[in-house]
Design a binder for this molecule. Structure first.
Ligand code: OGA
Ligand code: MN
Length: 300
C-alpha cells in the first residue's frame, strides 16, 4: 500500500492545507532554499494534484529562487527590459512583474498596475511553459490579488455532450495580446481571430504526469475554434468559458511579502486584480520551459 500524500508530507516535516475546494494547496514546514529530495518529491506530487502551491514566509536570495525553480525543469530567460538589460543583473531567469518605473520613466517589469484577465502563460507557443512562479517582494496594502482556477475542475463541470465535443476540437491561442491587453512586441493587431498569429492546441489536454484531463483555453480574446465559422466559434467559446472560471473552482490569493505562489500552466489559469498605482507591487518571477506540446486527452 502506498502512503497517502498527507502521510508522506508529515514524515518529512511538511503539512498540506488545501487553499480552496478545487484548486491550490499551502505547504508549511518547507524552506525552498534547502528542501530535501523527499520534501521536493512531496511538493511535486501536491503540485500535480492541486495545480497551484503557496509557500509562505520564504527568505530567498535571488540564487535561491533560481535554484529552487531549476529543480522543476529548465528555466526560460526573461525578455530584456525596455532599456535592453536583464531585470536583475546576472540573473537572466528572473522576470519582474511590477509597476515600478526606472529613472527614465520606463517600466522595469511587466503588467503595470492594471488588471490581468484570466489566462494561461504564453500558450500561443507550440510548447508553452509548464509552470510559473511569483515571489512577493513588495505588495500594495489592498488590490493586486491573484486568482487561480482549476481547468481539471472546469473539464469535470462540463456536461457530457460538451466534454465529448471539446475532446475533438482544437483552439487557436492568439499571440497578439498579453493578459494586460498590451500588444506583444512584433505583433500586428487584428480584429479577426482567424487571421492572427498563434498556435492550435487541443481543447482538452492530458496532464503528462497525472494523466488527468483539463480544459485548455489559454485566453478568451482572439481565441478561435478550428474549422468553425466565426460566429459559431464565438458562441462555443463563450459556452466553454462559462464553465472555466466557476467561483467554486477558483482561489483568490491575498499577498504577503515572502509568499511564493507557483502554478501549473497546463491545468490552471490565473488572473490579477488591478491596484492603486500610488503603491508598489514587486514580484520576482521565474518560468519553467515547456516539456512538450500539450497532448489531446483522447489521443495522449
Ligand atoms: C504572470 C501573471 C499575475 C500577477 O506573472 O504570468 O499573470 O498576479 N501575474 O502578477
Ligand atoms: Mn500570467
Amino acid at each position: 500500500m502506498t502512503a497517502s500524500l498527507d502521510d508522506r508530507a508529515a514524515s518529512c516535516g511538511l503539512s498540506l492545507s488545501p487553499l480552496a475546494a478545487n484548486v491550490g494547496c499551502r505547504i508549511d514546514g518547507i524552506d525552498l532554499a534547502a528542501a530535501t529530495d523527499e520534501q521536493f518529491s512531496v511538493l511535486m506530487a501536491a503540485f500535480g494534484k492541486y495545480g497551484g502551491l503557496l509557500m509562505r514566509e520564504q527568505e530567498l536570495a535571488v540564487e535561491d529562487l533560481v535554484g529552487f525553480s531549476g529543480r522543476l525543469g529548465t528555466l526560460d530567460h526573461a525578455p530584456l527590459t525596455q532599456v535592453g538589460r536583464t531585470a536583475i543583473e546576472g540573473f537572466p531567469e528572473i522576470y519582474l512583474i511590477t509597476n515600478l518605473m526606472d529613472r527614465e520613466g520606463k517600466p522595469m517589469g511587466a503588467l503595470g498596475n492594471g488588471e490581468a484577465v484570466w489566462h494561461t502563460d504564453m500558450s500561443y507557443l507550440p510548447s508553452p511553459p509548464d509552470a510559473s512562479m511569483l515571489y512577493a517582494r513588495e505588495v500594495p496594502p489592498t488590490g493586486g490579488n491573484t486568482f487561480l482556477c482549476s481547468m481539471m475542475a472546469a473539464y469535470d463541470a462540463l456536461p457530457e455532450d460538451l466534454k465529448a465535443l471539446a475532446g475533438r476540437l482544437r483552439i487557436k491561442h492568439d499571440a497578439t495580446y498579453n493578459s494586460g491587453g498590451y500588444v506583444r512586441q512584433g505583433m500586428v493587431e487584428h480584429s479577426d481571430p482567424r487571421k492572427t498569429t498563434g498556435t492550435f492546441h487541443p481543447a482538452v489536454i492530458r496532464h503528462p504526469e497525472t494523466g488527468r484531463p483539463a480544459l485548455y483555453l489559454g485566453r478568451r480574446r482572439q481565441s478561435y475554434v478550428e474549422g468553425y465559422d466565426l460566429d459559431e466559434s464565438e458562441a462555443l467559446l463563450d459556452k466553454l468559458w462559462g464553465y472555466a472560471t466557476l467561483p467554486e473552482n477558483t482561489y483568490e490569493h491575498v499577498w504577503q511579502v515572502n509568499d511564493v505562489l507557483l502554478w501549473d500552466n497546463r491545468i490552471t489559469m490565473h488572473r490579477r486584480d488591478s491596484f492603486d498605482p500610488a503603491h508598489t507591487r514587486l514580484m520576482w518571477r521565474t518560468q519553467i520551459q515547456g516539456s512538450g506540446a500539450p497532448k489531446a486527452y483522447a489521443q495522449a
